[in-house]
Design a protein around this ligand. Structure first.
Ligand code: NAP
Length: 236
């Protein structure tokens, strides 16, 4: 799908990968619906991206999900793309995982991700067209001690995304999964619990590169884009 003039809903747009995706999609002519809980950051971003609609919302709350869909359809009359990006980490050894923390990231990374797919379905089905990109993680493809509980949520998301791709295809909706690797963002500071890996910035991917790959997923409709585990020395 060419995103020029398309209505693109991006969850987790207040920072990191979601914010970079919003900037790139805006530069390519998309109409944006920016979603996150920090309304002040969204409002500042919307000021920089003329025409963007900012919706302060928590994707784990059913009423907030309805607000997002209402805001998008009232403002633009359609929803072409969902970038299902809001997510959070939990980086502690399995022996120490607090079930309360585990439920919280399951609710956000898995349950809310599916609920957001369900929320955009009526609009996309009516158009007989749409693209959904679910943001997973490379941790779901490798066994990495210390991130098991988080990786398990993203592994569940991979399956939901793959099944959704099959189930929604007859409605003209293309579902893709993008799996970023270690990326420099606030993610490592706002974990549900635990500590992110201490890695040199030179080893980290950039949010701008991940955003390019997310837009590529929309444009090509590829089933899965797994980013390489490390950027080669010298960067991209
Ligand atoms: N950074 C990495 O190394 C990495 C690697 C692989 C995959 N990922 C995945 O990439 C995605 C984006 O992460 P990031 O690196 O950009 O981290 P980030 O900068 O912390 O961004 C996370 C975004 O999710 C939003 N969010 C969190 N809880 C929310 C909720 N309940 N409702 C609505 N929005 C919510 C946050 O906004 P508010 O706090 O304002 O709500 C923020 O905009 C996540 O799904 C993450 O799992 C990241």
């Amino acid at each position: 799908m060419d995103i020029t003039d398309r209505v693109v809903v991006i969850t987790g747009a207040s920072s990191g990968i979601g914010e970079a995706t919003a900037r790139l999609a805006h530069a390519r002519g998309a109409h944006l619906v920016l979603v996150a809980r920090r309304g002040d950051r969204l409002a500042a971003l919307a000021d920089e991206l003329p025409g963007a609609e900012a919706v302060g919302a928590d994707v784990t709350i059913p009423g907030d999900r309805r607000l997002i869909i209402d805001a998008a359809t009232e403002r633009f009359g359609r929803i072409d793309v969902l970038v299902n990006n809001a997510g959070r980490g939990l980086h502690v050894p399995l022996a120490d995982v607090d079930p309360v923390d585990h439920v919280a990231i399951l609710e956000l990374n898995v349950v809310a991700a599916l609920a957001m797919m369900q929320a955009v379905l009526p609009a996309m089905r009516a158009q007989h067209e749409g693209a959904i990109v679910n943001i997973s993680s490379g941790t779901s493809k490798r066994v990495i001690p210390g991130v098991g509980a988080y990786a398990a949520t993203k592994t569940a998301l991979n399956m939901l995304s793959a099944v959704a791709r099959e189930e929604f295809a007859p409605d003209g909706i293309v579902v893709s999964t993008v799996l970023p690797t270690y990326t420099a963002s606030d993610f490592h500071d706002v974990l549900q619990a635990g500590q992110g890996p201490q890695r040199a910035p030179a080893d980290a991917d950039t949010v701008e590169h991940v955003a390019e790959e997310i837009l590529r997923a929309i444009e090509t409709g590829e089933a899965e884009i797994a980013l390489p585990p490390m950027i080669p020395a010298g960067g991209r």
